[in-house]
Design a protein around this ligand. Structure first.
Ligand code: DX5
Ligand code: ZN
Length: 220
């Protein structure tokens, strides 16, 4: 029986990079809402992906909301470039930002929605001082760096804690959950309080991505 429905944000990381346009079209046709772009620098995380140039190319391929996840140190240096590339959301990591409040204000000053992400070992309580300023929190349910990892079960309690915190401090805050989302755990993650599910493997590597999307969104 369908439960709570969520937004779906396929992560381009697991898509076919020889044909980004087809990947974006597949996501759109499947009813996805955001295109999640994983930017990695080989320093904050042990992997390197792509920069603003590719985000701009993705933007040109789709009408989906461009959701840019910066897994990089010193993101302030590049935020403007990612905004110009067409990002609708820019999410930075709390662990990478010594002046997080300033970074959030900077993102918003560019007319882009501001998100903060926290790693599995970072408590949600650290978000409290900035929660009222944020458009979105991206809760990592795997250690960032790679697609295809297993969902960390302790993430469910963190989602529920964050859900309770936002009710008090910022009811409009969007909670997105990233990493190890599958057709099997999507409903539980949604029920815990997630509004948007990031899914790389479970969408792009599914035998039937159209059917997978409906299940991931909680439509069936
Ligand atoms: C991990 C990335 C995720 C990743 C999700 O560092 O932030 O967005 O692409 O991939 P799956 O859904 O395969 O765990
Ligand atoms: Zn991500």
């Amino acid at each position: 029986m369908p439960g709570k429905t969520t937004l779906l944000a396929p992560s381009i990381l697991s898509a076919d990079f020889t044909n980004l346009k087809a990947s974006a079209e597949l996501a759109e046709k499947a009813g996805a809402n955001w295109m999640h772009c994983d930017v990695m620098d080989g320093v904050f995380v042990p992997n390197i992906t792509f920069g603003p140039f590719i985000v701009k190319a993705i933007k040109q391929c789709t009408n989906l909301v461009i959701d840019t996840h910066l897994m990089i140190v010193d993101p302030d240096k590049y935020i403007e470039d990612f905004a110009k590339a067409g990002s609708d959301h820019i999410t930075v990591h709390l662990e990478a930002c010594p002046h997080l409040h300033r970074t959030i204000q900077f993102i918003k000053s560019l007319g882009v929605k501001a998100g903060v992400s926290i790693n599995p070992a970072t408590p949600v309580s650290l978000l409290e001082p900035v929660l009222a300023d944020l458009d979105m929190v991206l809760l990592m349910s795997v250690n960032p760096g790679f697609g295809g990892q297993k969902f960390i079960p302790g993430s469910i309690a963190k989602i529920a804690n964050l859900d309770a915190m936002r009710m008090e401090m910022n009811p409009d805050l969007v909670i997105a959950v990233d990493g190890g989302i599958t057709e099997e755990n999507a409903a539980q993650v949604a029920e815990a309080g997630a509004d948007s599910l990031i899914a790389g493997t479970a969408f792009f590597r599914a035998d039937d991505p159209m059917a997978a999307a409906r299940k991931l969104k909680g439509l069936e």
